[in-house]
Design a protein around this ligand. Structure first.
Ligand code: FPP
Length: 250
């Protein structure tokens, strides 16, 4: 048996023997704009249509035995998009929190937010915080919404907090650093899915995705449904995860 390295996260060690269904799936929901433009509609129509895919995918994954789903809804770089598009994305987040929290809570879903809250309006911040508080003891699916999230921002912020806590350099290791990130209660993603055909990580979960399997599909997010998710899960089942080591037959 290969001994896991002491610095390897617990989740990576577990995943070695549990590759059938990913424990944690993280999704870069790309292609909304192109989906809308190909229908001669404004880009924001694509974001609105993307909400249906979010619902369908969460329902499907909750039934498939996946325990953690993380959605990249807005990056720290997305503020540079046209004001109207940014406003619609903020609006959609607010609507989703207001309209979906009660049902998610009923379904035992724990809601988390990754990223910065300080640049959101006080009202939206409060709504998000209320949803997190309401669902904090739920033990079903953990749904993390990355909104105003950037992997680099998260790493810089963690470093600042470590320095502010006065932790001596020799005590800083991967495990300690991981605890200062925004994901101390979430295992690293086993699978990162990107829709819309690109093969980029785009500042998403930079630290946490070190050993994630990556799946890219040309399907635009509003067209990504249960069947497309099954394709991604099947691709994952065929992957051999080695975490930098060798598999027994090699
Ligand atoms: C990328 O597509 C998508 C986004 C920047 C936003 C994704 C947001 C949603 C699906 C709705 C909000 C979700 C929640 C959970 C509140 P793009 O606009 O970059 O598409 P393009 O590459 O075709 O231009």
């Amino acid at each position: 048996m290969t001994r896991p390295s002491p610095t390897q996260p617990a989740t990576a060690r577990q995943s070695r023997t549990q590759t059938a269904v990913p424990t944690h799936i993280a999704i870069i929901m790309d292609g909304n704009g192109r989906w809308a433009q190909s229908r001669h509609q404004p880009r924001t129509t694509g974001h609105r249509a993307g909400i249906s895919s979010v619902r369908a995918v969460i329902d499907h994954l909750a039934k498939s035995g996946v325990h953690y789903v993380t959605l990249f809804a807005f990056s720290t770089e997305n503020w540079s998009r046209p004001l109207e598009e940014v406003s619609v994305l903020l609006e959609l987040l607010g609507e989703a929190v207001r309209d979906e929290t009660a049902e998610l809570h009923q379904n035992d879903v724990r809601i988390l937010h990754l990223g910065r809250l300080d640049r959101l309006s006080p009202k939206l911040r409060q709504e998000i915080q209320r949803a997190i508080e309401l669902t904090k003891d739920n033990t079903g699916l953990t749904l993390s919404v990355a909104f105003d999230y950037g992997g680099r921002d998260e790493i810089v912020e963690a470093t600042r907090r470590i320095v502010a806590a006065g932790i001596p350099a020799e005590e800083i290791d991967e495990s300690l650093f991981g605890h200062y990130l925004q994901t101390p209660t979430i295992p690293d993603p086993d699978l990162v899915i990107r829709t819309g055909g690109e093969f980029r990580i785009s500042n998403f979960l930079l630290w946490q995705s070190a050993y994630s399997e990556f799946y890219s599909t040309p399907v635009h997010w509003p067209d990504f449904d249960e069947q497309e998710m099954e394709r991604a899960l099947e691709a994952f089942r065929l992957r051999k995860r080695r975490f930098g080591s060798l598999s027994p037959e090699e």
